[in-house]
Design a protein around this ligand. Structure first.
Ligand code: ATP
Ligand code: MG
Ligand code: FE
Length: 339
């Protein structure tokens, strides 16, 4: 089985070819950092335009890298949400056009499902169910991954995502964009105990997250401290929150065979090390994809497509792009009522 995957939900344009037995035959990625850097964040219109310009050439390059043509592909998987709607539309419409032209099925992939299943691309031994900390630029959730298309959300953030807090901290410290890798680099030179930052929701009974107060505290205290100390203290505060909340969720994750992390923030070395220790404490396997598979890419979309295709799940060509698309709609209803 060979799947072509397309990703364009934020500021990475990407195309990849992945087989059903986990071979990444090609993965091409075009970042847009330079275009967004002057604004200190992703500008949706600039992102959408850039996706239009580079997606088609990336598809051709990926096919060339793999020595394949569209005729060799079994299905085309494109991110259909959630994300910046202009970008999502570009990828989904491109996927539909290719599917129609080549007479191949379309698979409309939820970007979060791409992150959620990416650890199974990296590790053939990772079986369902597993407890997943999905920690990215727009999301911070604990999910029990019970199977393909079967996600039970145990917790979410009540305000900001952890990646967003990294990006904001980098902006406050003048470290540039994107913020996560810059904060991680700066943190290596700093003292994690130098700045007394809060650990929002630490110890609270439900495993939800909150990062808005931490962000505000960074803004308040940054002027009085060295940037490296703020970066190190901030990163430690995030790690402490993630670990405390994940530990709490493990109590509710009966039957989980592994503790798994995915999403852009999962590329962070301190986050990975702390989660690995937590898993060991609980006698659980720890699985984290390589860093390139944590941040946005099309291999994870192709792989999610492969998992869905194997389960007989394809989508009609009139499938709509969605700016919002929860993995666990039941949990979203509860959220509407409170958290
Ligand atoms: P979502 O997946 O929620 O829609 P997104 O696609 O924008 O959001 P990802 O690409 O998965 O997010 O992750 C990007 C985020 O990961 C950014 O906030 C970035 O700062 C953060 N990030 C990337 N590398 C690191 C790192 N080494 N340390 C901490 N954060 C990181
Ligand atoms: Mg990005
Ligand atoms: Fe993402």
């Amino acid at each position: 089985m060979l799947i072509l995957g397309l990703e364009s939900s934020c500021d990475e344009t990407a195309a990849a070819l992945v087989t059903g037995d986990r071979q990444v035959l090609a993965h091409r990625l075009a970042g847009q950092e330079a275009a967004h850097r002057p604004y200190g964040g992703v500008v949706p219109e600039i992102a959408a335009r850039a996706h239009v310009e580079v997606l088609q050439p990336l598809v051709e390059a990926a096919l060339g890298d793999a020595g394949k043509t569209l005729a060799d592909v079994d299905a085309i998987a494109a991110t259909a949400g959630p994300g910046l709607i202009g970008g999502v539309l570009v990828g989904l419409v491109t996927g539909k056009a290719l599917a129609h032209a080549a007479g191949k099925p379309l698979i409309a992939v939820n970007h979060l499902e791409g992150h959620a299943l990416s650890p199974r691309l990296a590790d053939p031994d990772l079986d369902f169910p597993y407890l997943l900390l999905l920690v990215s630029g727009g999301h911070c959730q604990l999910l029990l991954v019970e199977g393909v298309a079967r996600y039970r959300r145990l917790a979410t953030t009540i305000d900001d995502a952890a990646g967003e807090a990294f990006d904001k901290t980098a902006k406050i410290l003048g470290l540039g964009f994107p913020g996560g890798p810059a904060v991680e680099r700066a943190a290596t030179e700093g003292d994690a105990r130098a700045v007394p930052l809060p650990r929002p929701l630490k110890g609270s009974p439900e495993p939800h997250f909150s990062f808005a107060g931490l962000k505000a505290a960074v803004a308040r205290m940054a002027p009085d401290h060295a940037a490296a100390d703020v970066a190190a203290s901030f990163q430690q505060a995030v790690v402490d929150c993630l670990i405390d909340r994940t530990r709490r969720a493990l109590d509710k994750a009966d039957g989980a065979t592994a503790l798994v992390v995915a999403g852009g923030v999962a590329a962070n070395g301190a986050v990975r090390a702390a989660l690995q220790a937590l898993a060991a404490e609980h006698g659980l396997r720890f699985v984290a994809p390589p860093a390139w598979l944590c941040t946005d890419n099309a291999a994870m979309i192709a792989w999610a497509g492969a998992e869905r295709f194997a389960a007989g799940l394809t989508d009609p060509l009139d499938t709509a792009a969605r700016a919002r698309w929860p993995l666990d709609p039941d949990a979203e209803k509860v959220r509407g009522a409170g958290v």
